[in-house]
Write a protein that binds this ligand. Structure first.
Ligand SMILES: Nc1ncnc2c1ncn2[C@@H]1O[C@H](COP(=O)(O)OP(=O)(O)O)[C@@H](O)[C@H]1O
Ligand SMILES: N[C@@H](CCC(=O)OP(=O)(O)O)C(=O)O
Length: 408
C-alpha cells in the first residue's frame, strides 16, 4: 500500500471483515510527526448528531436488531452523561415494516416502501423509547422532509424544535418522512439527512455508524485488501475514487457518507465514520480515540457557519437600524430586536435572509428573519414584550437571532 500523503493516512485491514484503525502504527506516527492534530476537535465536540444506518440496525434484513439498539442506547445515554447533547438520526423503518407486515423481501414500488416505512417507524421508535426509558430519557420522533430543511421558514421551525428538545433533555430521533416523499424530493439515504440536521443545529460533529469500520480505499466487500482511511481532509479529491455504493440493506453506501461529511463541513461539523458493531464505539469515537475514519473540516465552526449563511444569495428585503442597534450588533454580538429597527423594506417571508443597514444605507449584517415583512413593519421600534399584543401570538423575541446573523 502506498503510504499516505500528508492529507490522508490509511491502516491495513487485517482480517476478512475489518481491521483496526491502529493496525498500522507507522501511518499514525507519520501523521504525528507531521503535526496532524490528534482528534482534539473531535474530543472537544459537545453537540453531536449520531446517525445509525439500516445496514447496522437490521438483522440481515429480518427486522430490527434489538441487541444493537439496546447497546447503542446504553452508549448514547453515557454520551449524554458526559455532558454532550445528542440528536439521533436512525434508519430502519422500512426494514422493520417489512417484517411487521410479514413480507419476505424488500418491495420496489414506492407506495409499498412508504407503507412499510409507516408501519416500521412505530416499531422503531417504540424500541428506542423502551430502551431510553431505562435511563429515564424521554424520546421524541421527528420526521423530516426536504422542505423542512430547505425552506427557510420551516428550517427555523425545525431548528427551534430540535434545540428546545435538547434543552429539555429529550433525545430527538430523526428519520426521513418516508410516507409523503416522492422520488424527486426524497433524500433516500439518511446520511444526507443527518448532515442537514448537523447544519440545522450547528452540531460540532457528526458520527455515522455503519456496518464497516470506516471508509476504506476500496469497497471491502469486494476487495479484501482494502485499507482503512484513518483521517483525511474532507474535501480531498482522492476520496471520491474510494467511496462506493451501499449494500443490500443500506441505501447510499460510502458515496453518500462522503457527500454528507462535505455537507456537514459547511457549518463546521467534523465527521467520523465508524462501525457500530465494535464494542463501546460511541464512547471511543466521541472521546477522540483513533477509531474509524475522521473526515476533517479544517475550518473554525463559527467561520464555516457564517460563510454558509452569508453565501445565501437571495436577499429579498432589508431592515434599517438605529445607531444603538448597529452598535449592539457590532460590539456585543447580540441578536437584533424589533426595538432597534426604524424601517423595513421589501417583501420577505419568515426565514428569508434580510440585509441589516445603518442610517446611511450601509449593510452591516445579514441574517434569517423570524417574522415576515408585514409583521416586521408592525413590530419596528416596539419592545419585544409587546409582540404578543401586536401580532396576536407570542413569537420569537428577536427579529433575527444572533446564531442566524452574520456581521459584514
Ligand atoms: N470505500 C468503502 N469503504 C467502506 N465501505 C464501502 C466503501 N464503498 C462502498 N462501501 C459499502 O458501503 C456500505 C455501507 O453503506 P450502507 O450500506 O449505505 O450502510 P448504512 O445503512 O449504514 O448507511 C458497506 O457495507 C460497504 O459495502
Ligand atoms: N428512511 C429509511 C432509511 C433509508 C436508509 O436505509 O438509509 P441508510 O441507512 O442511510 O442507508 C428507513 O428508515 O428505512
Amino acid at each position: 500500500m502506498t503510504i499516505s500523503t500528508w492529507k490522508w493516512s490509511t491502516s491495513t485491514r487485517q482480517d476478512g471483515r475489518a481491521g483496526t484503525a491502529n493496525d498500522n502504527n507507522d501511518n499514525g506516527n507519520n501523521d504525528r510527526d507531521r503535526g496532524v492534530s490528534e482528534r482534539s476537535e473531535v474530543a472537544g465536540a459537545r453537540r453531536w448528531v449520531v446517525k445509525v444506518g439500516s445496514a447496522l440496525l437490521t438483522n440481515d434484513g429480518r427486522g430490527l436488531d434489538q441487541e444493537v439498539i439496546g447497546s447503542l442506547v446504553d452508549q448514547l445515554a453515557a454520551l449524554r452523561q458526559r455532558g454532550c447533547e445528542v440528536v439521533l438520526v436512525s434508519s430502519g423503518a422500512v426494514a422493520a415494516g417489512i417484517v411487521r407486515l410479514g413480507w419476505s423481501s424488500r418491495p420496489s414500488a414506492l407506495h409499498d416502501l412508504q407503507a412499510a416505512a409507516a408501519v416500521g417507524q412505530s416499531v422503531l421508535v417504540q424500541s428506542y423509547e423502551n430502551a431510553f426509558n431505562r435511563y429515564g430519557i424521554a424520546t421524541a420522533q421527528i420526521l423530516l422532509g426536504h422542505d423542512d430543511v430547505i425552506a427557510r421558514d420551516r428550517y427555523l421551525n425545525a431548528r427551534g424544535t430540535l434545540t428546545t428538545l435538547l434543552q429539555l433533555g429529550v433525545m430527538p430521533i430523526v428519520n426521513e418522512n418516508d410516507t409523503v416523499v416522492t422520488d424527486e424530493i426524497r433524500f433516500g439515504d439518511n446520511d444526507t439527512l443527518a448532515a442537514l440536521v448537523a447544519n440545522l443545529i450547528d452540531a460540532d460533529a457528526l458520527l455515522l455508524l455503519t456496518d464497516q469500520q470506516g471508509l476504506f480505499n476500496a469497497d471491502p466487500r469486494h476487495n479484501p485488501a482494502a485499507e482503512l482511511v484513518r483521517q483525511c481532509d474532507v474535501h480531498a479529491p482522492e476520496l471520491d475514487g474510494m467511496a462506493g455504493e451501499g449494500g443490500v440493506l443500506g441505501r447510499g453506501g460510502m458515496v453518500t457518507k462522503l457527500r454528507a461529511a462535505r455537507l456537514a463541513a459547511r457549518s463546521g461539523s467534523e465527521t467520523l465514520i465508524a462501525s457500530g458493531r465494535e464494542p463501546d464505539i460511541v464512547q471511543r469515537a466521541t472521546s477522540g480515540e483513533d477509531v474509524g475514519t475522521w473526515l476533517r473540516t479544517g475550518k473554525q465552526p463559527q467561520n464555516a457557519r457564517k460563510q454558509w449563511l452569508a453565501g445565501m444569495v437571495r436577499v429579498p428585503g432589508s431592515v434599517e437600524l438605529d445607531d444603538g442597534a448597529v452598535r449592539v450588533l457590532r460590539e456585543s454580538g447580540r441578536s437584533l430586536l424589533p426595538v432597534g429597527v426604524v424601517a423595513v423594506q421589501g417583501n420577505f417571508q419568515r426565514g428569508d435572509m434580510v440585509a441589516c443597514r445603518d442610517r446611511q444605507g450601509r449593510e452591516v449584517a445579514r441574517g434569517l428573519v423570524n417574522y415576515n415583512a408585514e409583521e416586521a413593519r408592525r413590530l419596528q421600534g416596539k419592545p419585544s414584550s409587546a409582540i404578543a399584543d401586536i401580532l396576536g401570538y407570542r413569537g420569537d423575541e428577536e427579529l433575527i437571532h444572533r446564531d442566524n446573523l452574520v456581521l459584514l
